[in-house]
Each structure stands twice: as C-alpha cells, then as structure tokens.
Design a protein around this ligand. Structure first.
Ligand code: G6P
Length: 611
C-alpha cells in the first residue's frame, strides 16, 4: 500500500530515497514526501502527486546528508493533499515519521495530545505518532529510541513505521505491527523499505522485521528488540530476484510485460515439480504434511481480489479430481464471522504479495482455531509465507502492475499441481495423473499462441473502448474467469463491468442488454458448451454485442458472435489458464485506448496492507 524507504550510510541519501520511491510507486501513489535532518532540525518536502513531481520540487539547498526517509501515500485518513502527505513532524520540528497502516485509536490520542498543547497540521492518523513520540521523549531522559517504544505501546491498529529525529541524528528507528518492513544491509550503510523491490539495486542481504519488533539502524550496525526492549536475534536472508525483473524491458507498461511473461512464469511454476513416470507431483513445501493432506476432511481457501478468483477455480479443480470438499472465503469475511474451522480442516491462503492485511489476519484466525494453514504465495519471505505451516511458492517473479496477471495464471498452475497431488493421494491412477500432467506441461506453448494474436485483440479493444458497461459470462471453470475478466477491465479502464455465471444472466443482468452492451462470453468446448451457446442466443436476441472466447476448432461460433477470439482446446481444469489471457489483453488495450494509467490505476494499490 503506502511505500516507505529509508537510508543511513555514507552516500547522499536523497537520490537513493527518490529512486526507491519510484520503485514503490505502484504500491500507493496519491502523494509523496521526504525528510532529512540538517542543522539540528527536520527538513521536509511533501507534495500531492507523483514522485517525479516530488523530485522536481526538492529545494536546491536541501541538506545533502546521508540520512533520509521517504514515503508514497495511499490515503486512508484525510485527502491526498500536501498537508496530509508523509513524513509527519512534531510541534518542534525535531521528529519525522512515515507510516504504512492505520492507527485505530488515533482520535482519542489526538484529543489527549491537543489537551496538553500539541498542534496538529494534518487530518491523518499518522501525525499523532510524531506528537506522541515528542510527548514521550520528555520523560525518557534523552533516550529517543525508548520514546518511540513507549509511544507504540499506546497505539492500536497496524503499522510499519520509520522515524528519524534531530534528537538522535545517527539512527533510523523502524517498527512493525501488521505492515511489512525489510531492512537492507550494506557495507557501512543500511536501508529500509516496505518492499524489497526498493532495495535490490543496493543489496541482496535483507532482514524481515516481524510484528512487535523495533529495530534501530545506524551506519554500521542494527539492533532488533521487542517493543518491551528484549533483544531479538535476526536471520539475514538473500533476495532471489534481479533488478531486470522489476524493469519494463522495453514494454510500455509493466502490465503488458507481465502478460507476455506468462509462457515463462507458468513453466517456472511447474519447474522441478512434475514426476511424469509416477504420474505425480513433488511440492517441497508440502513434503512433511502429506499425511495431513491425505486425511483432510475439508479445504477452506481464503484470499482477496484476483487471488480469490484463483481460489474459486481451485475449488472446481480440487472437488472434481480429488473429491475433497472445498469452501472459498473472502479473507475479510472469514475472519469476522466466527467461522467453523476444525483441526480436520486445512486452510489455504492465496496471495500474490503475501502481505494483504485481511488474508494475513485470516491465516492467524485459522491457526488460532486449530487448523493447519498453508500458503500459495508469490513473494518469497513475505508475512503469509512466514506465518503459514507450509505451502507452495508460485515463482512468478516480482509483479509490479497493480492489476494482477501473471500471478493469477501461476496461482492456477500451482492449484493444478495441488489438485494432482491430492487426487493421487486419494486414489487417482498413475495413468490419469500422467495425462493431466502432460497437458499441463503444454500450456506455456498454448499461452504463447494466444499472445501472438495481440494485434487482433487490440483491434477489438479499440472498437469497444468507448463502451460504458461490459458484461462477462462464463460457466463452470470459466465462471471465475468471467469475474476476473470484469475485474481487470474495471481496475484499469474504469469501465463498469460485471462478471456472471452465464445462466444467472437471466436473473438480472439481462435487463441491461441492448445494442450498446458488449458481452464477453467464454464459450470453450467443455461440459457446458451447449448451454453457453443458448446464453449467447439470449444476448443476441436483445442485440447485445458478443465477443466470444472460443476454441480453434469451433466452426459454429462465428455465426452467433460479433467477434471471436480463438484459443486452443485443453482439459476443462486448465481452461481458465488459457481463457484468461485474451481477457487480460482486452482489458489492457481498452485502458490504453482510453488513455488510462495502466500500471497505476486511480485509487488502487498493489498490496492492500490495511483492513
Ligand atoms: C489488491 C490488488 C489485486 C490483488 C489483491 C489481493 O486489490 O490490486 O490485484 O488481487 O489486492 O492481493 P494479494 O497480494 O493478496 O494476492
């Protein structure tokens, strides 16, 4: 969500901060700011807008020191104005603080601080922390770190914070409860960031802060304690991705680059995991829990957004082939509705970022209720990956475009592997396992074939770029694909779109259909093909414009649809991996024709680390 970057060391800090903020801009980006310490006080520059504007507005004489913090904001409390941008400062201009998260009891604390004379200049929850630390500092005998600890004990809610101060200009203090923070270790320098993407250019050695921990970074050292000042031993991890993976590689947008990476990312999700001769799969992160999986009476899959759509496909796959009952829950609902979870259930959390606040909270809720919890996660070392009892990485590499594309198809690929694993544990034959896995292996090539039709999809996108509404229909495995197609379009083009199970159209959306309504129908050859064709007739009878996603060998469809995008035929369970590709391209090009900022759509953030 919000992006945090900090630096202390021997180089000029501000260029490092600005470069880091640009890398994090995809997380949240309505305003930005930096702070340094100079001449015994805090120097702050903040703007409403993008990091490039912040860079332009940095005063020439801004201190060129080697300590600074930066922030890109995604507004929770208060409009995205300059005065609400971070860093926030105290009354005396001695403390600067950046924050990702929400302080829930900020109003009560603000009232108390106002009563003792603190003056507030923003509408944010964050500003109270700067003033609270200022207040605590009065009672800590010059121990600034202790003042931060004492202040944090007073706040409820979620935070990843970084603080600098003229009282202690030799350090950055960071703390975490619920919002990610990574420390980068350099040679005579330290970095902090809310996302390792901001660090990888400078160092590969990182330490992940855990909830309830406070770290103090100087040039040469860092120490970590609990909020109660008990020392904590930290492990240094190595980042596994390269700087090239977080650059555009000649594509105009990250989203398009990521769509085109899918032949590779799907293959990466399969790499080393298929045992052809045994008709089986090998998933290292589940090796020690095969017995639990065999005995599981039920799976609950919890997730948000696009990952939730992947979970819905997973439900269809696992129930059909492994006959394990599966329930799919929005993480935000699961955690608040007193769910029935027993130790015979296995809970799965699907998350690209591994940091989504609701999904993380659902993981904790399920663990508390005695279930084993496993993750299907992209970001290595993320909170969900660390807190689950095991799981499977999707290995899609960094996904920067806010609208998830390659992570979705990699999640589906891993869910396919999980389906085979579960089915084989529960009696599927080697031959059937082999058949499914052989088909799975051929998917990257099929995806490449669809990407080669980009020009045609671009042409359709141009024709419909002025539409005001869109309907997406699919059945069976392709019902979640309809939801995902509609979500992609809404997210980046701001066209209202709804996804529906095709047969449900009769129960409401059909009222919307007229000659101005484009209807995207996934009509692949599967168990429900004939039924979907009837649904297409219903749309046609009302003069809706039909864009069909159909198989290469379908000779019928052209007579009914206005436009047909061809995809290869595959097993039912893999159909979503194939059919989602043209929908991603359609959404992308419609957004581009409308002049939208595809990688940074308004109001959205890549990783939603607040509830
Ligand atoms: C945000 C993103 C979506 C993503 C969802 C869940 O809303 O914009 O693209 O699907 O969060 O994120 P996760 O990282 O948990 O998969």
């Amino acid at each position: 969500m919000c992006g945090i970057v900090g630096y202390i060391g021997k180089q000029k800090a501000l260029p490092i901060i600005i470069e880091g903020l640009k890398r994090l801009e995809y997380r949240g980006y309505d305003s930005a700011g930096v702070a340094t310490v100079g001449n015994g006080e805090i120097l702050v520059t903040r703007i409403s807008g993008k990091v490039s504007e912040l860079e332009k507005s940095l005063p020439q004489d801004l201190d060129n020191g080697s300590l600074a913090l930066g922030h890109t904001r995604w507004a929770t409390h208060g409009e995205p104005t300059e005065r609400n941008a971070h860093p926030h400062i105290d009354c005396e201009n001695k403390i600067a603080l950046v924050h990702n998260g929400i302080i829930e009891n900020y109003q009560a604390i603000r009232t108390k601080l106002e009563q003792v004379g603190h003056k507030f200049t923003s509408d944010t929850d964050t500003e109270i922390l700067a003033h609270l630390i200022e207040e605590m500092y009065k009672y800590t005998d010059g121990d600034f770190t202790n003042a931060v600890r004492l202040a944090l004990k007073e706040v409820d809610g979620a935070y990843g914070i970084a603080v600098i101060s003229a009282h202690a200009p030799d350090r950055i203090i960071v703390a975490r409860k619920g919002s990610p923070l990574v420390i980068g270790i350099g040679d005579g320098e330290h970095y902090i960031a809310s996302d390792a993407a901001a660090l990888v250019r400078h160092t590969r050695s990182v330490v992940y802060l855990e909830d309830g921990e406070v770290a103090v970074l100087s040039r040469d050292d860092f120490t970590t304690t609990t909020i109660d000042n008990i020392e904590v031993e930290k492990t240094v991890h190595k980042l596994t991705f390269d700087i090239e993976q977080i650059e555009k590689a000649g594509f105009p947008h990250f989203m398009l680059k990521e769509i085109h990476e899918q032949p590779t990312t799907i293959a990466d999700a399969l790499r080393g995991r298929i045992l052809f001769e045994e008709g089986d799969v090998k998933l290292g992160g589940l090796r020690d829990v095969l017995d639990d999986l065999r005995k599981a009476q039920r799976f609950i899959i919890t997730a948000c957004g696009t990952s939730w759509h992947a979970a819905l496909v997973g439900e269809y796959m696992i129930e059909q082939y492994a006959r394990v009952p599966v329930e799919v829950e929005y993480a935000s609902e699961f955690r608040y509705r007193n769910p029935i979870v027993t130790e015979n259930d296995i809970v799965w959390a699907i998350s690209q970022s591994g940091e989504t606040a609701d999904t993380l909270a659902a993981v904790r809720e399920a663990k508390m209720r005695g279930a084993k919890v496993f993750g299907i996660v992209n970001v290595v070392g993320s909170s969900i990956a660390r807190e689950t009892d095991g799981g499977v990485y999707i290995h899609a590499g960094p996904e920067i475009g806010v609208a998830s594309t390659k992570a979705f198809t990699s999640q589906l690929t891993v869910l396919s592997l999980l389906t085979v694993l579960m089915a084989r544990l529960r009696g599927m034959s080697i031959t059937d396992g082999y058949k499914i896995l052989s088909e799975l292996k051929s998917l990257p090539k099929m995806v490449q074939g669809i990407l080669d039709q980009t020009a045609y999809i671009q042409d359709i996108a141009e024709r419909f770029s002025f539409a005001r509404n869109f309907l997406y229909l699919g059945r069976g495995y392709n019902f979640p694909v309809a939801l995902e197609g509609a979500l992609k379009l809404k997210e980046i083009s701001y066209i209202h779109a709804e996804g529906y199970p095709a047969a449900e159209m009769k129960h409401g959306p059909i009222a919307l259909i007229d000659e101005n309504m484009p209807v995207v129908v996934v009509a692949t050859h599967d168990a429900s093909y004939d039924k979907v064709m009837s649904n297409i007739q219903e749309v046609k009878a009302r003069r809706g414009k039909i864009i069909a996603i159909a198989n290469d060998n379908d000779t019928e469809i052209e007579r009914h649809a206005n436009y047909v995008i061809r995809i290869p035929e595959t097993l039912d369970l893999f159909s979503p991996i194939i059919s989602s590709i043209p929908l991603q391209l359609l959404a992308y090009y419609i957004a581009v024709f409308r002049g939208c900022n595809v990688d940074q759509p308004r109001n959205l953030a890549k990783s939603v680390t607040v509830e």
